[in-house]
Design a binder for this molecule. Structure first.
Ligand SMILES: CC[C@@H](CC(=O)C(=O)O)C(=O)O
Ligand SMILES: [Zn+2]
Length: 323
Protein backbone atom coordinates (compact mmCIF):
# COMPACT_ATOMS: atom_id res chain seq x y z
CA UNK A 1 0.00 0.00 0.00
CA UNK A 2 1.51 3.32 -1.00
CA UNK A 3 2.03 5.96 1.67
CA UNK A 4 3.35 3.86 4.56
CA UNK A 5 5.45 0.79 5.39
CA UNK A 6 5.69 -1.81 8.14
CA UNK A 7 8.67 -0.26 9.96
CA UNK A 8 6.52 2.77 10.76
CA UNK A 9 4.46 0.55 13.07
CA UNK A 10 5.25 0.06 16.76
CA UNK A 11 6.16 -3.52 17.62
CA UNK A 12 3.78 -5.44 19.95
CA UNK A 13 3.70 -9.22 20.23
CA UNK A 14 -0.06 -9.49 19.74
CA UNK A 15 -1.73 -11.90 17.30
CA UNK A 16 -3.30 -9.73 14.59
CA UNK A 17 -6.02 -10.39 12.01
CA UNK A 18 -7.16 -8.01 9.29
CA UNK A 19 -10.32 -5.87 9.17
CA UNK A 20 -12.39 -6.01 5.94
CA UNK A 21 -12.30 -3.04 3.54
CA UNK A 22 -15.44 -2.13 1.59
CA UNK A 23 -16.45 0.62 -0.83
CA UNK A 24 -18.95 3.12 0.67
CA UNK A 25 -21.72 1.93 -1.68
CA UNK A 26 -21.05 -1.80 -1.32
CA UNK A 27 -24.34 -3.61 -0.54
CA UNK A 28 -22.49 -5.71 2.10
CA UNK A 29 -21.54 -2.58 4.10
CA UNK A 30 -24.85 -2.11 5.92
CA UNK A 31 -24.82 -5.62 7.37
CA UNK A 32 -21.36 -4.98 8.89
CA UNK A 33 -22.60 -1.73 10.44
CA UNK A 34 -25.92 -3.10 11.73
CA UNK A 35 -24.11 -6.13 13.21
CA UNK A 36 -21.61 -3.91 15.08
CA UNK A 37 -18.66 -5.29 13.07
CA UNK A 38 -15.70 -3.00 12.25
CA UNK A 39 -15.05 -2.17 8.60
CA UNK A 40 -12.76 0.21 6.70
CA UNK A 41 -14.87 2.23 4.25
CA UNK A 42 -13.36 3.67 1.07
CA UNK A 43 -14.70 6.34 -1.29
CA UNK A 44 -17.32 7.91 1.00
CA UNK A 45 -15.97 11.45 0.47
CA UNK A 46 -17.15 12.06 4.04
CA UNK A 47 -14.43 14.66 4.67
CA UNK A 48 -13.10 15.23 1.16
CA UNK A 49 -14.06 18.90 1.25
CA UNK A 50 -11.73 19.53 4.21
CA UNK A 51 -8.57 17.76 3.07
CA UNK A 52 -7.05 21.27 3.11
CA UNK A 53 -7.21 21.19 6.96
CA UNK A 54 -3.47 21.26 7.60
CA UNK A 55 -1.59 23.30 10.22
CA UNK A 56 -1.14 26.34 7.94
CA UNK A 57 -4.79 26.47 6.90
CA UNK A 58 -6.08 26.00 10.46
CA UNK A 59 -3.53 28.52 11.80
CA UNK A 60 -4.96 30.96 9.28
CA UNK A 61 -8.55 30.41 10.34
CA UNK A 62 -8.48 29.52 14.02
CA UNK A 63 -5.10 30.74 15.27
CA UNK A 64 -6.43 32.47 18.37
CA UNK A 65 -8.97 29.78 19.29
CA UNK A 66 -8.20 28.16 22.65
CA UNK A 67 -8.06 24.39 22.09
CA UNK A 68 -8.00 21.33 24.34
CA UNK A 69 -4.43 20.04 24.05
CA UNK A 70 -3.01 17.10 26.00
CA UNK A 71 0.69 17.05 26.95
CA UNK A 72 2.51 13.79 27.68
CA UNK A 73 6.01 12.98 28.96
CA UNK A 74 6.05 9.93 26.69
CA UNK A 75 4.25 8.85 23.49
CA UNK A 76 1.13 7.57 25.29
CA UNK A 77 -1.99 9.69 25.78
CA UNK A 78 -4.09 7.62 28.16
CA UNK A 79 -7.42 9.39 28.70
CA UNK A 80 -8.70 9.90 32.26
CA UNK A 81 -11.85 11.41 33.74
CA UNK A 82 -10.82 14.10 36.25
CA UNK A 83 -14.28 13.93 37.85
CA UNK A 84 -13.36 10.44 39.16
CA UNK A 85 -10.23 11.60 41.02
CA UNK A 86 -11.13 11.59 44.74
CA UNK A 87 -9.22 13.57 47.42
CA UNK A 88 -7.76 10.51 49.18
CA UNK A 89 -6.49 8.99 45.88
CA UNK A 90 -2.90 9.22 44.66
CA UNK A 91 -3.36 9.53 40.92
CA UNK A 92 -0.33 10.63 38.87
CA UNK A 93 -1.18 10.55 35.16
CA UNK A 94 1.64 10.75 32.56
CA UNK A 95 -0.45 12.97 30.30
CA UNK A 96 -2.42 16.03 31.34
CA UNK A 97 -4.61 18.68 29.69
CA UNK A 98 -2.83 21.92 28.79
CA UNK A 99 -5.26 24.21 26.91
CA UNK A 100 -3.50 26.57 24.50
CA UNK A 101 -4.39 28.71 21.48
CA UNK A 102 -4.08 26.96 18.14
CA UNK A 103 -1.11 28.99 16.87
CA UNK A 104 0.91 28.05 19.97
CA UNK A 105 0.07 24.37 19.45
CA UNK A 106 1.02 24.56 15.76
CA UNK A 107 4.35 26.26 16.56
CA UNK A 108 5.17 23.78 19.34
CA UNK A 109 4.71 20.72 17.12
CA UNK A 110 6.50 22.37 14.20
CA UNK A 111 9.55 23.10 16.38
CA UNK A 112 9.29 19.89 18.45
CA UNK A 113 12.61 18.25 19.37
CA UNK A 114 13.33 14.76 20.76
CA UNK A 115 13.00 14.91 24.54
CA UNK A 116 10.32 17.60 24.49
CA UNK A 117 6.91 16.67 25.89
CA UNK A 118 4.57 15.45 23.19
CA UNK A 119 1.32 17.19 22.30
CA UNK A 120 -2.07 15.98 21.10
CA UNK A 121 -4.84 18.42 20.10
CA UNK A 122 -8.29 16.93 20.74
CA UNK A 123 -10.89 19.63 20.23
CA UNK A 124 -14.67 19.25 20.05
CA UNK A 125 -15.87 20.84 16.80
CA UNK A 126 -18.37 23.52 17.82
CA UNK A 127 -18.98 27.12 16.88
CA UNK A 128 -16.23 28.36 19.20
CA UNK A 129 -13.69 27.35 16.56
CA UNK A 130 -14.59 30.16 14.23
CA UNK A 131 -16.91 30.73 11.27
CA UNK A 132 -14.49 29.60 8.56
CA UNK A 133 -13.93 26.13 10.02
CA UNK A 134 -17.63 25.81 10.84
CA UNK A 135 -18.37 26.65 7.19
CA UNK A 136 -16.04 23.80 6.13
CA UNK A 137 -17.72 21.51 8.66
CA UNK A 138 -21.10 21.83 6.92
CA UNK A 139 -19.43 20.52 3.74
CA UNK A 140 -18.94 17.01 5.14
CA UNK A 141 -20.90 14.35 3.25
CA UNK A 142 -23.73 14.51 5.81
CA UNK A 143 -26.23 12.78 3.52
CA UNK A 144 -24.13 9.64 3.44
CA UNK A 145 -23.27 9.43 7.14
CA UNK A 146 -26.80 10.33 8.27
CA UNK A 147 -28.17 7.62 5.95
CA UNK A 148 -25.95 5.15 7.82
CA UNK A 149 -27.14 6.53 11.18
CA UNK A 150 -30.71 5.88 10.04
CA UNK A 151 -30.08 2.38 8.68
CA UNK A 152 -28.27 1.37 11.86
CA UNK A 153 -30.85 3.06 14.10
CA UNK A 154 -28.06 4.84 15.98
CA UNK A 155 -28.95 7.68 18.35
CA UNK A 156 -28.15 11.32 17.54
CA UNK A 157 -24.66 12.56 16.58
CA UNK A 158 -23.21 13.55 19.96
CA UNK A 159 -19.97 15.22 18.85
CA UNK A 160 -17.08 15.46 16.43
CA UNK A 161 -13.56 15.60 17.77
CA UNK A 162 -10.85 17.12 15.59
CA UNK A 163 -7.63 15.26 16.38
CA UNK A 164 -4.17 16.57 15.51
CA UNK A 165 -1.42 14.20 16.66
CA UNK A 166 2.33 14.25 16.31
CA UNK A 167 3.85 11.30 14.44
CA UNK A 168 4.25 8.37 16.83
CA UNK A 169 1.59 9.51 19.31
CA UNK A 170 -0.43 6.62 20.81
CA UNK A 171 -3.90 6.53 22.33
CA UNK A 172 -3.70 3.36 24.43
CA UNK A 173 -6.28 0.57 24.31
CA UNK A 174 -9.74 1.60 25.53
CA UNK A 175 -13.40 1.35 24.61
CA UNK A 176 -16.09 4.01 24.14
CA UNK A 177 -19.82 3.71 24.80
CA UNK A 178 -20.75 5.33 21.49
CA UNK A 179 -20.79 4.26 17.83
CA UNK A 180 -17.89 5.88 15.98
CA UNK A 181 -17.25 6.72 12.32
CA UNK A 182 -13.59 7.76 12.31
CA UNK A 183 -12.30 9.73 9.32
CA UNK A 184 -8.69 10.43 8.44
CA UNK A 185 -7.88 13.76 6.77
CA UNK A 186 -4.06 13.77 6.79
CA UNK A 187 -1.48 11.05 7.48
CA UNK A 188 -1.90 7.43 8.49
CA UNK A 189 -3.13 5.92 11.77
CA UNK A 190 -2.88 2.29 12.78
CA UNK A 191 -5.76 0.83 14.77
CA UNK A 192 -5.73 -2.45 16.69
CA UNK A 193 -9.28 -3.39 17.63
CA UNK A 194 -10.52 -6.11 20.01
CA UNK A 195 -14.15 -7.29 20.27
CA UNK A 196 -16.08 -7.02 23.57
CA UNK A 197 -15.69 -10.83 23.91
CA UNK A 198 -12.01 -10.18 24.77
CA UNK A 199 -12.91 -8.10 27.86
CA UNK A 200 -11.17 -10.71 30.07
CA UNK A 201 -7.92 -10.40 28.10
CA UNK A 202 -7.75 -6.59 28.32
CA UNK A 203 -8.52 -5.93 32.02
CA UNK A 204 -10.14 -2.47 31.87
CA UNK A 205 -9.78 -0.36 35.06
CA UNK A 206 -12.70 -0.42 37.52
CA UNK A 207 -15.63 1.77 36.48
CA UNK A 208 -15.01 4.26 39.30
CA UNK A 209 -11.29 4.68 38.52
CA UNK A 210 -10.30 7.84 36.60
CA UNK A 211 -9.00 5.43 33.90
CA UNK A 212 -12.48 3.89 33.50
CA UNK A 213 -12.85 2.25 30.05
CA UNK A 214 -9.05 2.14 29.56
CA UNK A 215 -7.15 -1.19 29.50
CA UNK A 216 -4.73 -1.65 32.43
CA UNK A 217 -2.31 -3.48 30.13
CA UNK A 218 0.71 -1.45 28.96
CA UNK A 219 1.15 -2.77 25.40
CA UNK A 220 4.81 -1.59 25.44
CA UNK A 221 5.57 -3.70 28.53
CA UNK A 222 2.71 -6.07 29.41
CA UNK A 223 2.69 -7.46 32.98
CA UNK A 224 1.75 -11.09 32.30
CA UNK A 225 1.74 -11.86 36.05
CA UNK A 226 -1.04 -9.37 36.71
CA UNK A 227 -2.70 -9.79 33.30
CA UNK A 228 -2.05 -13.41 32.19
CA UNK A 229 -4.95 -13.59 29.72
CA UNK A 230 -3.46 -10.73 27.67
CA UNK A 231 -1.32 -13.46 26.05
CA UNK A 232 -4.54 -14.81 24.49
CA UNK A 233 -5.67 -11.44 23.07
CA UNK A 234 -6.18 -11.44 19.32
CA UNK A 235 -6.41 -8.01 17.69
CA UNK A 236 -7.82 -6.80 14.38
CA UNK A 237 -5.41 -4.40 12.66
CA UNK A 238 -6.15 -1.73 10.05
CA UNK A 239 -4.28 1.30 8.70
CA UNK A 240 -6.55 4.32 8.15
CA UNK A 241 -5.27 6.77 5.51
CA UNK A 242 -6.51 10.07 4.06
CA UNK A 243 -10.24 9.97 3.18
CA UNK A 244 -10.67 6.50 4.72
CA UNK A 245 -13.47 6.02 7.27
CA UNK A 246 -13.20 3.33 9.95
CA UNK A 247 -16.35 2.15 11.69
CA UNK A 248 -15.46 1.46 15.34
CA UNK A 249 -18.42 -0.32 16.95
CA UNK A 250 -19.31 0.81 20.48
CA UNK A 251 -17.66 -1.26 23.26
CA UNK A 252 -14.95 -2.53 20.88
CA UNK A 253 -11.52 -1.90 22.42
CA UNK A 254 -9.11 0.04 20.24
CA UNK A 255 -5.45 1.11 20.36
CA UNK A 256 -4.57 3.97 18.00
CA UNK A 257 -1.17 5.21 16.82
CA UNK A 258 -0.05 7.89 14.35
CA UNK A 259 2.60 6.17 12.26
CA UNK A 260 6.21 6.93 13.16
CA UNK A 261 8.07 9.25 10.70
CA UNK A 262 4.74 9.95 8.97
CA UNK A 263 4.41 13.58 10.00
CA UNK A 264 1.48 14.94 12.04
CA UNK A 265 -1.96 13.42 11.48
CA UNK A 266 -5.33 15.16 11.24
CA UNK A 267 -8.45 13.12 11.88
CA UNK A 268 -12.07 13.72 12.81
CA UNK A 269 -14.43 11.33 14.51
CA UNK A 270 -18.23 11.16 14.46
CA UNK A 271 -19.58 9.82 17.78
CA UNK A 272 -23.22 8.70 17.74
CA UNK A 273 -25.15 7.80 20.87
CA UNK A 274 -26.19 4.15 20.97
CA UNK A 275 -29.66 3.50 19.59
CA UNK A 276 -32.37 2.34 21.98
CA UNK A 277 -32.63 -1.47 22.14
CA UNK A 278 -36.24 -2.39 21.28
CA UNK A 279 -36.21 -5.87 22.79
CA UNK A 280 -33.42 -7.67 24.70
CA UNK A 281 -32.79 -10.97 22.87
CA UNK A 282 -31.01 -14.02 24.32
CA UNK A 283 -28.29 -15.10 24.24
CA UNK A 284 -27.03 -11.62 25.13
CA UNK A 285 -24.59 -9.87 22.82
CA UNK A 286 -21.06 -9.49 24.22
CA UNK A 287 -21.29 -5.71 24.47
CA UNK A 288 -24.52 -6.09 26.49
CA UNK A 289 -22.59 -8.19 28.99
CA UNK A 290 -20.12 -5.30 29.35
CA UNK A 291 -23.03 -2.93 30.01
CA UNK A 292 -24.38 -5.32 32.69
CA UNK A 293 -20.94 -5.54 34.39
CA UNK A 294 -20.66 -1.75 34.38
CA UNK A 295 -24.12 -1.48 35.96
CA UNK A 296 -23.21 -4.03 38.69
CA UNK A 297 -20.07 -2.03 39.58
CA UNK A 298 -22.08 1.23 39.62
CA UNK A 299 -24.94 -0.26 41.67
CA UNK A 300 -22.58 -1.82 44.26
CA UNK A 301 -20.61 1.44 44.65
CA UNK A 302 -23.89 3.28 45.10
CA UNK A 303 -25.24 0.78 47.66
CA UNK A 304 -21.93 0.58 49.57
CA UNK A 305 -21.43 4.32 49.32
CA UNK A 306 -17.73 3.58 48.75
CA UNK A 307 -16.28 2.42 45.39
CA UNK A 308 -13.21 0.98 47.14
CA UNK A 309 -15.41 -1.69 48.81
CA UNK A 310 -16.83 -3.01 45.52
CA UNK A 311 -13.93 -5.43 44.90
CA UNK A 312 -14.17 -7.00 48.36
CA UNK A 313 -17.91 -7.52 48.11
CA UNK A 314 -17.55 -9.11 44.64
CA UNK A 315 -14.87 -11.41 46.08
CA UNK A 316 -17.18 -12.35 49.00
CA UNK A 317 -19.97 -13.16 46.59
CA UNK A 318 -17.70 -15.18 44.26
CA UNK A 319 -15.08 -17.07 46.32
CA UNK A 320 -16.11 -20.54 47.38
CA UNK A 321 -19.62 -19.99 46.02
CA UNK A 322 -19.23 -19.44 42.29
CA UNK A 323 -15.56 -20.49 41.99
C1 LIG B 1 -9.65 9.98 20.89
C2 LIG B 1 -8.34 9.73 20.27
C3 LIG B 1 -8.17 8.45 19.41
C4 LIG B 1 -9.43 8.07 18.61
C5 LIG B 1 -10.44 7.35 19.45
O1 LIG B 1 -10.12 6.66 20.41
C6 LIG B 1 -11.86 7.51 19.09
O2 LIG B 1 -12.18 8.23 18.13
O3 LIG B 1 -12.69 6.88 19.80
C7 LIG B 1 -7.04 8.72 18.44
O4 LIG B 1 -7.31 8.88 17.23
O5 LIG B 1 -5.88 8.80 18.91
ZN1 LIG C 1 -11.85 5.78 21.36
Amino acid sequence: MAGWNENQLRKYNIKLEKIPTLQYDDPKLDSHLTNNYPVLIKGSKLVSRVLKWDLDYLKQHMSSVCCNVIVSKNHKFKYYDPKKITPNMTFKPISRPSPMIFSEFADKITNWKKGDSRLYLQQVLNNTIGQHVVRDFVMFNWDWIMSKQKICKWGPLSSNLILIAQEGNVTPCHYDEQQNMFASIRGYKRFILFPPSQFECLYPHPVHHPYDRQSQVDFDNPDFTKFPKFKEACGYEVIVGPEDVLYIPMYWFHHVESLKHGGYTVSINFWFKAGSVEKIEYPLLDYQRMVIMRNVEKMLAEALHDPSEVGNMLKTIFLGRYS
